[in-house]
Design a protein around this ligand. Structure first.
Ligand SMILES: NC(=O)c1ccc[n+]([C@@H]2O[C@H](COP(=O)([O-])OP(=O)(O)OC[C@H]3O[C@@H](n4cnc5c(N)ncnc54)[C@H](OP(=O)(O)O)[C@@H]3O)[C@@H](O)[C@H]2O)c1
Ligand SMILES: [Zn+2]
Ligand SMILES: [Zn+2]
Length: 351
């Protein structure tokens, strides 16, 4: 066991402060990574503030962070995928049983014995797992990914959650040339959704509550931008979408969005607002539309997404911050005041 520097919160209302946490010495299958950048996901904020208490109560102290890129510093004796000095990345998961039907199908994220990167039972050290707001992490090689060498590392970090969470449902629903696709909420996930849907060849419409994001949304890959609080702009698109990806983190009117789907169109929720969202049965039954959800993606698909981003030179638009600015960054995230993901430069933790 060794100590890693990190930032944690002690309760739902405490600010982040610097601390040290225990990390295991790498076992035979482990990769030890010196973390270079870690993105700030809205899920980090939901959990730091225990907003998901009913489904996933937070154990404190909490060290969030599941958009991790870094350099391998040490590997265990049976590690074949990585060697010291390699770039490496870790997303939302660090372990699963590897034997159940879900794992065997490449859906580790649906494994009944899944271990998430933070706030999940740590079978090695006891207590809970600690995430990437830290200078290092030790992870089983099965959950460590390769980062294409052409990508900017600060911008590549958010691919590990925002990237895969949007890529997976876009692929699942056959988003390609000839499809009309909506992306709702232009934040960390949404801006990746625009870039990826555009790269997949679809006609892309961005839905935002922030008229000031209009120009950015076009630059990020939208062919058109709709201000969702403007009923006239919404009405123009009624019954026209094949697929809508909803990334919104708070309560909002999903019926208004479902009504924009054509016959048998699908709206997939990836945003995870703490409170239930009301849906009118009529919006679904009248045109045999479907409403579904999607959660990150498996390891194989995450590597596929990273390779796709390498090929198309896609990274997140990031504002790089020192870790000392975490508290301020969380407040700004709540105000949708980030273009479009914070990425923590872990060099700031060294001093
Ligand atoms: N399913 C998964 O696997 C998964 C993975 C990661 C994150 N998540 C969840 O996805 C959600 C988004 O995460 P994120 O990191 O992208 O958050 P984010 O950067 O804060 O973006 C959320 C966006 O939602 C829009 N929004 C916020 N409040 C709204 C409101 N009251 N009404 C309508 N729109 C609103 C804003 O976009 P505009 O300004 O454009 O309106 C905002 O930029 C969070 O709930 C997070 O926990 C889920
Ligand atoms: Zn996330
Ligand atoms: Zn499993």
């Amino acid at each position: 066991m060794y100590k890693a520097k990190s930032y944690s919160v002690a309760s739902a209302t405490s600010p982040f402060t610097g601390t040290t946490i225990p990390r295991r010495d790498p076992t035979a299958n482990d990769v030890q990574i010196e973390i270079l950048f870690c993105g700030i996901c809205h899920s980090d904020l939901h959990q730091a503030r225990d907003e998901w208490a009913s489904v996933m109560p937070t154990v404190y102290p909490l060290v969030p962070g599941h958009e991790i890129v870094g350099r391998v510093s040490k590997v265990g004796s049976t590690v074949s995928k990585f060697k010291p000095g390699d770039l490496a990345a870790v997303g939302c998961m660090v372990d699963s049983d590897g034997t159940c039907p879900e794992c065997r199908a490449g859906f580790e994220h649906f494994c009944p014995n899944l271990i998430l990167t933070y706030n999940f039972p740590d079978k090695h050290l006891g207590g809970v797992t600690y995430g990437g707001y830290s200078d290092s992490i030790v992870v089983d090689q099965r959950f460590v990914l390769h980062v294409p060498s052409n990508l900017n590392l600060a911008g590549a970090a958010p691919l590990l959650c925002a990237g895969i969470t949007t890529y997976s449902p876009l692929r699942q629903h056959g988003v390609a040339k000839g499809k009309k696709v909506g992306v709702v909420g232009i934040g960390g996930l949404g801006h990746m959704g625009l870039k990826l849907a555009h790269a997949l060849g679809a006609q892309v419409v961005a839905f935002t509550t922030s008229p000031k994001k209009r120009e950015d949304a076009m630059r990020l890959g939208a062919d058109e931008v709709v201000v969702s609080r403007n009923a006239d702009e919404m009405q123009k698109h009624v019954e026209s979408f094949d697929f809508i990806l909803d990334t919104v983190s708070a309560e909002h009117d999903i019926d208004a969005l479902i009504n924009l789907l054509r016959r048998e169109g699908n709206l997939t929720l990836v945003g995870a607002p703490p409170k239930p969202l009301p849906v009118s049965a009529f919006s679904l039954i009248m045109r045999r539309r479907t409403l579904s959800g999607s959660n990150i993606g498996g390891i194989r698909e995450t590597q596929e997404m990273l390779d796709f981003c390498g090929k198309h030179n896609i990274t997140a638009d990031v504002e790089v911050i020192p870790i000392q600015k975490l508290n301020e960054a969380y407040e700004r995230l709540l105000q949708s005041d980030v273009k479009y993901r914070f990425s923590i430069d872990m060099a700031s933790l060294k001093g």
